[in-house]
Write a protein that binds this ligand. Structure first.
Ligand code: AMP
Length: 202
């Protein structure tokens, strides 16, 4: 069977990284996290300039071309070509989505999975709180910053999800609940998308 190619979309705190790692292990595919690549002192972090590093530290998006080049280089390596991948943190803009489509032509992507988690849950996770702590209703300054960032991320994810939806590649999965249960839901969505593609290709 052809290499599996998946994009995982979701807000920070939606469990994207955790689920991407679990999917990579389950399917034997490569987990590609642009955030991790950019933070790796021995990897991309060494090659991006001080301006890019400042943007990463400030939590701002890097210029499209910087990240596109990084992903293009990674997608061209043998392990990814042979085994396939789950992309985590890319694409974040429509220009990146267009670039990804070009990089993957003619085979394309199997599916883009959007992990949907209620905003309240994401906020709790980001604030490092447990709902059992009884502090779920607290609204402090730190939380205001988190809320602003989340609103920006929501716009980002919404636009990119729309791009995939317009092309019939998007599946939304409920990201709330046990880690294992969420992985199972994603696996079902991925397997179904893969079957559909295989049938369409016959
Ligand atoms: P993440 O861990 O995915 O939140 O990424 C950490 C930081 O890396 C982001 O705040 C951005 O500065 C940068 N970054 C990661 N992925 C991208 C991307 N696809 N486009 C632009 N910047 C990115």
């Amino acid at each position: 069977m052809a290499a599996l190619r998946v994009v995982l979309l979701g807000l920070p705190g939606a469990g994207k990284g955790t689920q991407a790692r679990r999917l990579a292990e389950h399917y034997g595919i490569v987990h590609i996290s642009t955030g991790e690549m950019l933070r790796d002192p021995a990897g991309a972090a060494a090659s991006v300039g001080p301006q890019a590093r400042a943007s990463i530290d400030a939590g701002e998006l890097l210029a499209d071309q910087v990240v596109i080049d990084l992903v293009a280089e990674r997608l061209a390596r043998d392990d990814v070509i042979q085994r396939g991948f789950v992309l985590d943190g890319f694409p974040r803009t429509l220009a990146q989505a267009d670039a990804l489509a070009e990089l993957l032509a003619p085979d394309g992507l199997d599916v883009a999975v959007q992990l949907e988690v209620p905003l309240e849950l994401v906020l709790d996770r980001l604030a490092g709180r447990r709902s059992a702590s009884g502090a779920a209703s607290r609204r402090d300054d730190a939380e205001a910053v988190v809320v602003r960032r989340l609103a920006r991320h929501e716009d980002e994810v919404g636009r990119v999800a729309g791009w995939f939806a317009e092309r019939g590649m998007l599946v939304a999965v409920d990201g709330a609940g046990q880690v294992e249960a969420v992985t199972e839901r994603i696996r079902l969505a991925v397997d179904a998308a893969r079957r559909e593609r295989a049938e369409a290709a016959d």
